[in-house]
Design a protein around this ligand. Structure first.
Ligand code: PSU
Ligand code: MN
Length: 307
C-alpha cells in the first residue's frame, strides 16, 4: 500500500502517533445522505460530539485526488453544498477518482479502507448499506458488506434501514464472518426504529466489552470488521407504521423510475425524508450524534490496550 496518496490531518496524525482515540466519519452521508445545510451542520456537530467525548474526529473523503483522513471545515462545507454533484465513491470508484484528480464522498466501504490505511479502528456513521430487497433478481448488495468482511474497522451504526432486506443482510454478514453486536440491545435496530424483529448475534453493554471483542478478533488474525448496532434514542425513534409506509412508497417509486446501481440508496434515502417531512431528518441527525458518542467511547477503551 502506498500511503503517499493519503493525507492525514496533522491533528489526527498527532493523535494516532500518541495512541489517542480517533473516530473516522464518512462523507457520503454529508453529500448524499442529507439535504444542505443540515448536512454541513450535522457533520460539524458530529465532529464536536466526538471531541466532547474525548476523541479526535477524522472525517474521510477524497479531495482533488488525495485520500483524506480529517477534513477542514471548508472541505466539509464544499461536500455539503455540492451534494449530489460530488461523486459517491465506493471501493470500485476509488482508483478512478484518485487517478483523475477528482473529489468524492466516501461510503462506508471506502471510508473503512481509508481509515484502515491511516490506522483508525473505529468509525461512526448512521446506517450501513446491505442486501437490497429483491436482491435475488437485481443482485444489489452494497460493497459495504464485503468491506466489513475484509477490513479491520469497527463500524458503529444504528443498524440498517428497512429499505434493505434485513434478514438477507444478516445472512450475508454471517457467511462472511462479520459479527453484529447490539449495544445494550438484543435486537437489531432498523435505523429510525429501535426494533426490527431480528436478533443481533451478541448483546454487549459497555464500550469496554466491545473494545475487548475487537482486540480479540484481530489478535487471532481474523480479518474484517464488526457491526456495532446502537439503537436510536427512544425520544427520537419514529412510529414504525409511518416509516414502513414511506419506505414502501419510496421502493415503489424507485421501481417505477427504473432507479438502479449506486443511485438506488441515495434515491431511497431522499424519498423517505421527503415522504416523512422533517421528522426523519431530525431522527437521522439524533442517531448519528448518538453513534458518534459511542464510537468515541469505544475508541477510548480500545487505545488503553491496542493490538
Ligand atoms: N444508509 C443510510 N444513510 C447513508 C447511506 C446508507 O441510512 O448515507 C450511505 C452510506 O454512505 C453507505 C452507502 O455506505 O449509502 C451505501 O450505498 P450503496 O447501497 O450504494 O452501497
Ligand atoms: Mn448497490
Amino acid at each position: 500500500m502506498n500511503t503517499q496518496l493519503l493525507d492525514i490531518h496533522p491533528e489526527v496524525a498527532f493523535a494516532l502517533q500518541n495512541n489517542q482515540a480517533v473516530v473516522a466519519l464518512e462523507s457520503t452521508i454529508i453529500s448524499h445522505g442529507m439535504p444542505y445545510p443540515q448536512n454541513v451542520e450535522t457533520a460539524m456537530a458530529v465532529e464536536a460530539q466526538v471531541r466532547a467525548n474525548g476523541a479526535i474526529p477524522a472525517t474521510i473523503a477524497i479531495v482533488k485526488g488525495r485520500l483524506k483522513a480529517g477534513l477542514s471545515a471548508e472541505e466539509i462545507n464544499y461536500l455539503g453544498k455540492e451534494g449530489k454533484n460530488v461523486t459517491k465513491v465506493s471501493r470500485r470508484d476509488m482508483a478512478f477518482i484518485v487517478a483523475t484528480g477528482q473529489s468524492g464522498a466516501t461510503t462506508v466501504a471506502s471510508t473503512m479502507i481509508i481509515a484502515a490505511m491511516a490506522g483508525i479502528k473505529v468509525f461512526a456513521t448512521g446506517g450501513i448499506g446491505g442486501v437490497h430487497r429483491g436482491a435475488e433478481s437485481n443482485f444489489d448488495i452494497s460493497a459495504d458488506l464485503q468491506e466489513l468482511a475484509q477490513t479491520n474497522v469497527a463500524v458503529v451504526c444504528a443498524g440498517a434501514k428497512s429499505i434493505l432486506d434485513l434478514a438477507l443482510t444478516l445472512e450475508y454478514l454471517e457467511t462472511y464472518g462479520v459479527p453484529v453486536v447490539g449495544y445494550q440491545t438484543a435486537e437489531l435496530p432498523a435505523f429510525f426504529t429501535r426494533e426490527s424483529g431480528f436478533a443481533v448475534n451478541y448483546q454487549l453493554d459497555t464500550a469496554q466489552s466491545i473494545a475487548s471483542v475487537m482486540r480479540h478478533k484481530w489478535a487471532m488474525g481474523l480479518k474484517g470488521g464488526l457491526v456495532v448496532a446502537n439503537p436510536i434514542p427512544h425520544e427520537f425513534a419514529m412510529p414504525k407504521a409511518q416509516i414502513d409506509a414511506a419506505i414502501e412508497q419510496a421502493l415503489q417509486q424507485a421501481v417505477e423510475q427504473g432507479i438502479k446501481g449506486k443511485e438506488s440508496t441515495p434515491f431511497l434515502l431522499a424519498k423517505v425524508v421527503e415522504l416523512t417531512g422533517g421528522n426523519s431528518l431530525k431522527s437521522n441527525i439524533a442517531l448519528v450524534m448518538n453513534n458518534a458518542k459511542l464510537a468515541a467511547e469505544i475508541a477510548n477503551e480500545y487505545v488503553l490496550k491496542p493490538m
